[in-house]
Write a protein that binds this ligand. Structure first.
Ligand code: ADP
Length: 576
């Protein structure tokens, strides 16, 4: 199989490395032998007449030529062993030829070479061969071994064994560490690869989505910005096309944000927020509304460590809501004029003393419904107009218990027509500061809903409790109930639950929004507890004397306390 060009290129440095390593290893021995030859010419010129010495030098020269000329990388790796083995033979011969030169020490070069490259086998064979040759050449010569020469016959092999063992162990340890490093490098490479893949995936996803995403690691240092956000900034980011130069307006579209209240400044300051609506783009030019959400990241020690900001383009949504509100406002406005006129004429008709009872009762119904219609139209008009428009309120001392009792009594007939029973448990009086008309509107809305969305022959329970902080009135029905998901949106303008839309009960989805508004403006609240299919409890709370936000007095008593009697009136109306 032919190797690819790439393989060929990566293989070339490897073969060069092998050839270079063989040459280097041999050159140590060659250099040693050269030094020995020079030394011999001074110290022991007679050595050059010794065949062992001369043959040794010649052999080393041949080995050196072989080491430099042969392409060892292209041969089986074991073949290299020939070179140090020949060196050992040559050096052992030279040692015998010129004992004075201590040639034996130079055996360390081939021993190290073999121990390094051929492991245990190389170490054992190089030491064994050196020892054997030292001894053999000594005894082959047949010269008497001098006593002083005996230690060298033992010590030299021992020293070579020590060097071979140390080299072998060191090389093995180094190889082990190298392998470990290689494995770790492979693991790190794989982890890096997977991180890169994740990053590419994240990049792809973030650039495919239609909302803007930006992340930062410390204030002002943005680490990532997706294409969608870049696109918006190009369009609205001011002359420089970046976020710092974008003109940012508040939700009202006209008030510019101060530098420190702009969403990015808040996010950089470590704040978290959700759906903050801003407008970008200059007044009079093309503009976009963004809903901005910021989340911060925490370092392991809990300190802020950058964060992420998501910006969703809500221009179309806000424009649609505005268009709906404009339409509703203009339609309601158009309805109000003829309706007011109809009411006037109906009242004139009722002023006629000669009207017979039957007609009077019918005109009365028409008048009542027209009034109700006018209230709805007014509410729709108010709800559809600027969100900041507040309901007109006239706060005065009023008896909440009395208002509720009256409302309950007025609705008895309507409830009984559907077979619904109303049970009311109220104190005789509960006087506090409030707008009596608005409180009546609130209780009417809760009661009408409890009737409208109740099952036929259901029940309604009205319960009022008073303590030194709050007056609470709850209206509990046995009707459709409301799911948690729906409950979250229930107080939004125009919201109606699916079951209510499918029922025959009419409505505009404004009553609860207005009710909540009225209660909040009284310093109170409106809460809901409901189980779908079982029923709902709407509870309004008003501050009483103890809370300090509303002073309650009882006319004629002159003390600033909530007055409630312990006696309660319980009225029950059943379908008649
Ligand atoms: P409307 O009754 O005119 O539609 P509201 O603002 O009073 O408007 O109520 C909003 C929606 O809340 C209703 O349409 C209905 O879906 C739901 N709702 C209100 N009161 C009840 C109730 N007692 N039981 C079940 N659903 C209710």
């Amino acid at each position: 199989m032919g190797e690819t060009q790439e393989d060929g290129e990566s293989a070339r440095p490897r073969t060069d490395r092998i050839d270079r390593s063989v040459a280097q290893s041999q050159l140590f021995t060659s250099a040693g032998v050269l030094i020995l030859a020079v030394m011999a010419s001074f110290v022991s010129p007679s050595a050059f007449y010794d065949p062992f010495f001369v043959a040794g030098i010649g052999l080393v020269a041949v080995v050196t030529v072989l080491a430099l000329q042969v392409r060892w990388a292209s041969l089986p790796s074991r073949w290299v062993v020939v070179l140090p083995l020949l060196d050992i033979i040559a050096l052992a011969g030279m040692r015998e030829g010129a004992p004075i030169l201590q040639v034996g020490l130079f055996l360390t070069f081939p021993v190290i070479w073999m121990s390094r490259h051929f492991g245990l086998w190389g170490a054992v064979s190089s030491v064994s061969m050196s020892t054997a040759l030292i001894w053999v050449t000594t005894f082959v010569r047949g010269d008497a071994v001098e006593a002083s020469g005996i230690p060298s016959l033992v010590l030299l092999p021992l020293a070579l064994s020590f060097i071979a063992t140390t080299t072998f162990v060191t090389v093995r340890r180094t190889n082990g560490q190298r392998n470990l490093l290689r494995q770790q490098a492979t693991i790190i490479e794989a982890a890096l690869d997977s991180a890169r893949r994740q990053e590419r995936l994240l990049d792809g996803v973030l650039n495919a989505v239609t909302f803007g995403v930006l992340s930062f690691d410390r204030p002002g240092s943005i680490t990532m910005m997706n294409d969608s956000l870049r696109e918006s900034l190009r369009e609205f980011g001011g002359a420089e096309g970046d976020y710092k130069h974008a003109v940012v307006y508040q939700e009202d579209r006209i008030t510019p944000h101060a530098q420190n209240t702009r969403p990015l400044a808040r996010a950089f300051a470590g704040q978290e927020f959700e759906n903050m609506v801003i407008w970008i783009g200059d007044l009079g030019s093309k503009r976009a509304a963004l809903s901005v959400t910021a989340r911060r990241f925490s370092a392991p020690d809990g300190t802020a460590d950058g964060g992420v900001v998501v910006m969703r383009d809500v221009t179309a949504e806000l424009e649609a809501i505005k268009a709906r509100d404009d339409l509703v406002a203009s339609v309601s406005h158009e309805l109000r004029t003829p309706l007011t006129s109809t009411l006037g004429y109906l009242e004139l008709v009722l002023d006629d003393d000669e009207l017979d009872e039957g007609t009077r009762s019918m005109v009365d119904v028409a008048l009542r419904n027209s009034k109700r219609l006018l209230t709805i139209v007014n509410d729709v008009l108010r709800a559809a107009s600027d969100a900041d428009t507040q309901l007109p309120m006239t706060i005065t001392d009023c008896d909440i218990a009395g208002i509720i009792d009256e409302a309950v009594n007025d609705l008895r007939d309507v409830a009984s027509r559907r077979g619904i029973t109303i049970a009311a448990n109220l104190p005789v009086t509960a006087i506090t500061l409030a707008d009596p008309l608005r409180i009546r509107q609130v209780i009417d809305n809760l009661m009408t809903n409890a009737i409208k969305y109740n099952r036929p022959d259901g029940t309604i329970e009205v319960l009022m409790t008073v303590d030194d902080r709050h007056i609470a009135v709850s209206v509990t029905d046995t009707g459709l109930g409301i799911s948690d998901e729906e409950a979250a949106k229930l107080f939004e303008r125009f919201y109606r639950t699916e079951s209510a839309k499918q029922s025959s009960a009419l409505g505009a989805g404004l009553g609860l929004n207005i009710t909540k508004d009225i209660m909040v403006r009284h310093g109170g609240d409106l809460r809901l507890e409901s189980t779908q299919g079982v029923g709902s409890t709407f509870t309004i709370t008003l501050p009483s004397m103890g809370s300090g936000s509303a002073v309650t007095t009882v006319a004629g008593v002159g003390s600033a306390t909530v007055t409630t009697t312990t006696t309660t009136t319980t009225t029950t109306t059943t379908a008649g």
